[in-house]
Design a protein around this ligand. Structure first.
Ligand code: ZN
Ligand code: FE
Length: 256
């Protein structure tokens, strides 16, 4: 099976759109629709035609341009079953345990609700790639707008369980702000300190910090480290349930 091609496209002020292309079948999927013109321009430049929109959740910067892009390309729209009524133009609703195809490749659907109730991620296991929308960010996670802290924590555990080497394609470049917060939670983490320096160098050079890798997030993302003894001790929560520690970290970030 030929390897898929993934193109990352900056949209709006800090979103990333993605085109996922299977050269064998010629099928192309677009992860979310943050903006119309940059996505259509990229398709045009590469001579690709859009087969699918794969939506992660209903927020406007993810599904707001669905109808315009569908009208212009004739693509089919796949999106989260838990919020299908809020996904413009949806043709197929999917949820945890389902999978969708791109040529002979498959993306497995994970329900990662919490940021929004029905939020899903697309995991292409044979390609070591996961498209996670606003569930997990480099050094951060989505704000818990619609779900509960428990739901969000459980969702992050599903992403945390992805194999080492899985690239995490998140939907925003929030890493500089996330890094400034992360060091207040995990100040003695050397891997985090090294990463913060790398992030500063990348951003100074206008380079993206996304995609990230799940093993790097495991080692440095405070929202995945609620069970870590040093993080718990720093918060004065040694031995506390992971959910309580996660909730404390999320609350601190909301007020950071
Ligand atoms: Zn969102
Ligand atoms: Fe977003």
């Amino acid at each position: 099976m030929a390897t898929i091609e993934i193109v990352q496209i900056p949209c709006l002020s800090d979103n990333y759109g993605y085109l996922v292309h299977d050269p064998e079948s010629g099928e192309t999927a677009c992860i979310d629709t943050p903006e119309t013109q940059p996505l259509l321009r990229e398709l045009d430049a590469r001579g690709w035609s859009l087969t699918y929109i794969w939506n992660t959740h209903h927020h406007y910067d993810h599904a707001g341009n669905n109808l315009e892009i569908q009208q212009k390309t004739g693509c089919k729209i796949i999106g989260p079953a838990g919020e299908a009524d809020k996904i413009p133009g949806i043709n197929t609703a999917v949820d945890d345990g389902d999978s969708v195809s791109l040529g002979k490749h498959r993306a497995h659907i994970l329900n990662v609700g919490g940021h929004t109730l029905g939020h899903i991620a697309y995991h292409m296991d044979t390609q070591d790639a996961a498209f996670v929308g606003d569930a997990l960010f480099a050094l951060g996670c989505g704000r818990v707008f619609e779900g509960t802290m428990a739901q969000m924590w459980e969702s992050l555990q599903k992403l945390n369980a992805l194999p080492d080497g899985t690239k995490i394609y998140c939907a925003h470049e929030y890493t500089t702000a996330n890094a400034a917060f992360a060091v207040t939670i995990d100040p003695d983490n050397e891997a985090l300190q090294t990463r913060v320096e790398q992030i500063a160098a990348l951003r100074a050079d206008n380079q993206p910090t996304v995609p990230t890798e799940i093993s790097l997030e495991r080692a440095t993302n405070p929202f995945l480290r609620a069970t870590d003894a040093a993080v718990q001790a720093h918060l004065g929560m040694s031995g506390a349930p992971a959910l309580d520690v996660f909730s404390e970290i999320r609350a601190r970030k909301d007020n950071f």
